[in-house]
Every structure is written in structure tokens, then in C-alpha cells.
Design a protein around this ligand. Structure first.
Ligand code: AMP
Length: 611
């Protein structure tokens, strides 16, 4: 029997699950642990170690032990996040040939997907040992807020590990799936996911028919447990400097020991009120005398050191609710995911903000892998029993658009749009005799293009020489079910087309992005005025509003007959199709639907008048 495994590829730990006889089980590794450290090391003898084996030797082999590769995946060498990791990591990060990031292990430079692939291969192996046969397919999870490059790189990592990644799904969505699957519930839930390196929050509607619809999502791919550890490290380093005038950061081995001690203290402070951090012989003074580090950290002090980090997550949660158009009271349950949610301040802050205690039913370290396994099995078994059917409707976390004349961002796919989706718009040239246009693909919420992240660019050339505004170019953005973006541009006159799967320019510095935008301005396009479409859209929305208002009344009158029920279904169908036509910016379809809506509305009015 073909199996699909679900892998939660975490910053700190990874977890693998599989569905057996209709239930998802988390698979323990050889040591009996259900999670495996996302760590990779190379020994002096050239042996590769992954997971617990890598973690166990990290202190004595700090330079050749990689952790938190997920913080680097899909990022460019120049990005501020990579700079931050490079300045604190105990292993070496170097610039790759394409401005990408390489990690050196015993002199050999590896790409980040290669390192992540070693972790994925280990998870594959754990599953294979348990199942007793080879596994080829996997669903791998990523933070909802991962951008296109990070998703692509994760997929690449799967391929390098010898896995066919049949779907990439968002971690909070996977958690919601694990929470709601097979429970026949109908409710609105918030998933708060604070892991080792990333924070995500999603609001979902779970329907009894197996539909999991994400309404909004937000997050920060650079906020997680490691930042909490860093605060403790800073506190220790500063204290030590005040006392001895020595900067412990300069010593890799000391740094690795500090990192370990900080994380351990943090974890312990979730259950005790005070911990003693004790690191004998941490460094030697200039006079060859060994120095020790010994300090006591209380939970209250630790909470003070990290209060702003927790507050940041609460602010993001507030924003997500607003984006969903919901109030705190509308949230019927909260699912906590990720090891960091065991920190009492985190749990308290979430409970206080939402005014309810989080759900206790799910295991924060395992739910994501379980959700991935459920989705994997549902994908394999598309026409299985309806009890197993799941429909995941996820959304795109950030607005996708392109730069238009004036350096403005023109949104094509707004944030929180259900994926997969495709949207097109027609643009015109912005200058006389402009024979080329440059499409700069951007992700972000600012109206100013240069404030957003540049995902990629390409040029459509060979346009006819004509006055500005005459030559028309149709640009279509597409996001597939993995959240991966592709863009097509078409010269409407000649039919000449150009398309790309967006990759590999993200993570540039602000200055580089500004320079690229600046050089692209000459090739910018203008948005084509589409007043007709806008007017028709307003008409459609007005009609849909009226129809919805009358819907209950009409159902009461005609819902008793087959004929009546059929008419109601048809009305709903017309409204759905109208929404799709609006979403796709499909003028012809919208025109048709407006006519259908008018007929429906007249019929509804007639029914109500007679009743
Ligand atoms: P995850 O990426 O979900 O595996 O989360 C791992 C993060 O959770 C790491 O930063 C851990 O240090 C942290 N963590 C694990 N257990 C605890 C705990 N009991 N209290 C606080 N943080 C924890």
C-alpha cells in the first residue's frame, strides 16, 4: 500500500507521522523520541550525523554542527536575517555563487536546501524503519508566512532527500486539520504557533463536512524560541562582561555552551520559578586563569527580558483578527502549537487576549505532523469514504502585485485570498514608443513598491512602437496549492508571451531593491482603466446583497417543494459564479452573471411580494 508521510520540518525539531487504518500516528525515532532535533553535523572522520546524534556532540564540534537551517532557507546572503544568523551562529555561513547562502561543514560548502534535505532524509528513514518499506511521497509543512522563495527551497530540499513532496501545507492549517479532523465540528478557531524560529497565527472556519477554510493568517518568519534564548544569552554575556571585561561571544565553544544553557534555562522556567545557570571553565582570562559563569535567573526576570517578544505575537494576533473581520468573542477555540507555547507567559497572554483558555486536546509538538499526514492520506485517497475527505482552503499570507508607473505597487492578488488562484489585469505602456516592459513581482502590503519584497523580475520585449497607453499587456499571477507563484505576461496584440516561476531575488538589501526598482521605472506599465468592469462589479455586489437579504424569507416560502429547492440552489450557484468572475477579473463572465443575478432578484422579489 502506498503511503504518504507527513513531515513537520521545524526550526528546532522535526516530526513525522503517517495515517494507518484511518488514524494518524506519530512515529518515534530509534531512540524512542517522537521529535528529532533538526540538526546536522559532520565529524572529523567525515561521518554525517543527524538529529539526536548531532545534538549530543554539538558542544565539542560546534563549528561543524548546523542548527536552525530553517532560518536561512530561501534567503539571500545579503538579507539582514542572514547577517543576524551569521553573527551569532557557531557554524560558518558563507556566500554562495548566486548570492545565496552556503553552510560550511568540514571545509565543504552546502546549500541550505541540502542541509534541510539531510533532516528530511532522516525523517524519511524513521518512517521507513517503522513501516518496513520504502516511502516516496510526503506532505511537508512550512510556516504560513513563508514567502515564495522559502516554499520553493523547502520543496527542493524534499527532492534532494529523495522525496516527492506532493503538497506543501501551512503549519497552522495542518494543526487545525489535526484538531478538527473527524470530529464533526463547526466552529471558528485560532491557531497560535510559536516554534523555535517562526511565529504564525491563523483564523480558520472548520465545517462539519470536512472543510477547513482559512480566513486570515499572519506571522513573522523571524520570531521564535531562539529569540527568547538570545535574550538570555545577551543577559549572560553582558553580566559576564560587566564582571570580567571579557566578551564571551568571541569564543565559539563558549557561545555554544551559552546557547545550550540559555535554552535549558528557558525550558525549565516553564515549570519552576527560578533556575541556576552554571558554566564552569567557560573561558580563560588573559592570565591563563579559568573563569566560571554562575547566575540565577527568575521566571519574573525572564518574562521581563522577553515581554516585548510575546507582545509582538499578541499584536500580530490582533491584526489577524481585524483582517478576518472578526472580534475576539467570535473565536470559539484556540489551538496552541510549538514548543514555545509551554512558556507560561505565552499561554497567559493568549488566554488574556482572547478571553478563553486554550484547547488542551492537542500535543503542541506533534499536531503539525499529524495534520500533514492526514492531508497526505486524503490526497492519495481522493475518492475514499466521505469521512476521510478533507478540503483545505488556505490563503495567501501577503499581497502579491507588481510595480506600475510612479513606483507604486499594483496589487493583483490581495492577502488572504483563497489559493489556488489566478488573477489577471491588463496594463498599457507608460511612455511613447516603449518597446519593452519589465514586470517586477512584489509581495507586501505597502502602496510604495520599494517598501515591499521583490520576488522576481522579467522583461517582455518586442512591443510595437506606439504612443503611451496604446499597447496592451495582460499580466496574470497564479498561486498553486503549494503557495508557489508563477507570472505570465502577454502582448495582447501579437500574442507574444513570457512567463516565470518566481524565484531567487528575495532577501536583497533595501538599497538593492530600490536600485532595481529605479532601473525598472523606465519600463513601467500603467494600469489600464477599467471603469466598465468596476461599475458592473458594484452592480453585482449590490444585487448579491439584496438576494442574500431576501434569501431566508424566500426559502421559507418555496423551500418545501423540489422545484423551490432547485431554484434556491441555482440562486446560490449564480452568486458563487459571480464571486469567481469578480475574483478572476473576468469581464465577460461577470456580464453574464449580472444578468443572471437580475433574473434571480426579480424572481425573489416576486416570491416575497406574493407571500
Ligand atoms: P518547535 O519548533 O515547535 O519544536 O519549538 C521549539 C521551541 O520551543 C524551542 O525554542 C524550544 O526551546 C522551545 N521549548 C520547548 N519546550 C519548552 C518549554 N517547556 N518551555 C519553553 N520553551 C520550550
Amino acid at each position: 500500500m502506498e503511503k504518504v508521510i507527513g513531515i513537520d520540518l521545524g526550526t528546532t525539531n522535526s516530526c513525522v507521522a503517517v495515517v494507518e487504518n484511518g488514524t494518524a500516528v506519530v512515529i518515534a525515532n530509534r531512540g524512542g523520541y517522537k521529535t528529532t532535533p533538526s540538526m546536522v553535523a559532520m565529524t572529523e572522520a567525515g561521518k554525517r550525523l543527524v538529529g539526536h546524534l548531532a545534538k549530543r556532540q554539538a558542544i565539542t564540534n560546534a563549528e561543524n554542527t548546523v542548527y536552525s537551517a530553517k532560518r536561512l532557507i530561501g534567503r539571500k546572503w545579503n538579507s539582514p536575517q542572514v547577517k543576524q544568523v551569521a553573527s551569532t551562529a557557531s557554524y560558518n555561513i558563507v556566500e554562495g555563487p548566486h548570492g545565496d547562502v552556503r553552510i560550511s561543514l568540514r571545509e565543504k560548502a552546502h546549500s541550505v536546501p541540502e542541509v534541510s534535505a539531510m533532516v528530511l532524509a532522516e525523517m524519511k528513514l524513521i518512517a521507513e524503519e517503522y513501516l518496513g518499506h520504502e516511502v516516496q511521497k510526503a506532505v511537508v509543512t512550512v510556516p504560513a508566512y513563508f514567502n515564495d522563495n522559502q516554499r520553493q527551497a523547502t520543496k527542493d530540499a524534499g527532492a534532494i532527500a529523495g522525496l516527492e513532496v506532493i503538497r506543501i501545507i501551512n503549519e497552522p492549517t495542518a494543526a487545525a486539520l489535526a484538531y478538527g479532523f473527524g470530529r464533526n465540528i463547526d466552529r471558528t478557531v485560532a491557531v497560535y504557533d510559536l516554534g523555535g524560529g517562526t511565529f504564525d497565527v491563523s483564523i480558520l472556519e472548520i465545517g462539519a463536512t470536512g472543510v477547513f477554510k482559512v480566513i486570515s493568517t499572519a506571522g513573522d518568519t523571524f520570531l521564535g524560541g531562539e529569540d527568547f534564548d538570545s535574550r538570555v544569552i545577551d543577559w549572560l554575556v553582558e553580566g559576564f562582561r560587566d564582571e570580567h571585561g571579557i566578551d564571551l561571544r568571541k569564543d565559539r565553544m563558549a557561545l555554544q555552551r551559552l546557547k545550550d544553557a540559555a535554552e535549558k534555562a528557558k525550558v525549565e522556567l516553564s515549570s519552576v520559578r527560578e533556575v541556576e545557570i552554571n558554566l564552569p571553565f567557560i573561558i580563560s582570562s588573559g592570565r591563563n586563569e579559568a573563569l566560571h559563569l554562575q547566575r540565577v535567573l527568575s521566571r519574573t526576570d525572564f518574562e521581563q527580558l522577553t515581554a516585548d517578544l510575546v507582545q509582538k505575537t499578541v499584536d500580530i494576533m490582533r491584526q489577524t483578527l481585524e483582517d478576518a473581520g472578526l472580534h475576539r468573542e467570535d473565536i470559539e477555540d484556540v489551538v496552541l502549537v510549538g514548543g514555545m507555547t509551554r512558556m507560561p507567559l505565552v499561554e497567559r497572554s493568549v488566554a488574556e487576549f482572547l478571553g478563553r483558555e486554550p484547547s488542551k486536546g492537542v500535543h503542541p509538538d506533534e499536531v503539525v505532523a499529524i495534520g500533514a499526514a492526514i492531508q497526505g492520506s486524503a490526497l492519495l485517497d481522493d475518492d475514499g469514504p466521505s469521512a476521510n475527505r478533507v478540503v483545505l482552503l488556505d490563503v495567501t499570507p501577503q499581497t502579491l502585485g507588481m510595480m506600475v508607473a510612479g513606483g507604486l505597487m499594483e496589487p493583483l492578488i490581495p492577502k488572504d485570498t483563497t489559493v489556488p488562484t489566478a488573477r489577471g489585469k491588463t496594463f498599457t505602456t507608460s511612455r511613447d514608443n516603449q518597446t519593452a516592459v519589465k514586470i517586477l513581482v512584489m509581495q507586501g502590503e505597502s502602496e510604495q513598491a520599494d517598501q515591499n519584497e521583490l520576488l522576481g523580475e522579467f522583461i517582455l520585449t518586442g512591443l510595437r512602437r506606439a504612443p503611451a497607453g496604446v499597447v496592451e499587456i495582460e499580466v496574470t499571477f497564479e498561486i498553486n496549492a503549494d503557495g508557489i507563484v508563477s507570472v505570465h505576461a502577454k502582448d495582447l496584440e501579437t500574442g507574444k508571451e513570457q512567463s516565470i516561476t518566481v524565484t531567487a531575488t528575495s532577501g536583497l538589501t533595501r538599497e538593492e531593491i530600490e536600485a532595481m526598482i529605479d532601473s525598472g521605472k523606465e519600463f513601467a506599465v500603467e494600469r489600464k482603466r477599467d471603469e466598465e468592469f468596476e461599475a458592473r462589479k458594484q452592480e453585482a455586489e449590490g444585487l448579491m446583497h439584496e438576494i442574500e437579504r431576501l434569501f431566508d424569507k424566500v426559502s421559507k416560502v418555496v423551500g418545501g417543494s423540489d422545484y423551490g429547492r432547485d431554484a434556491l440552489d441555482k440562486a446560490q450557484g449564480v452568486m458563487e459564479r459571480t464571486k469567481v468572475a469578480i475574483d478572476r477579473h473576468d469581464a465577460a463572465a461577470l456580464k453574464e452573471q449580472v444578468e443572471a443575478l437580475s433574473r434571480t432578484f426579480r424572481m425573489f422579489k416576486g416570491v416575497v411580494a406574493k407571500a
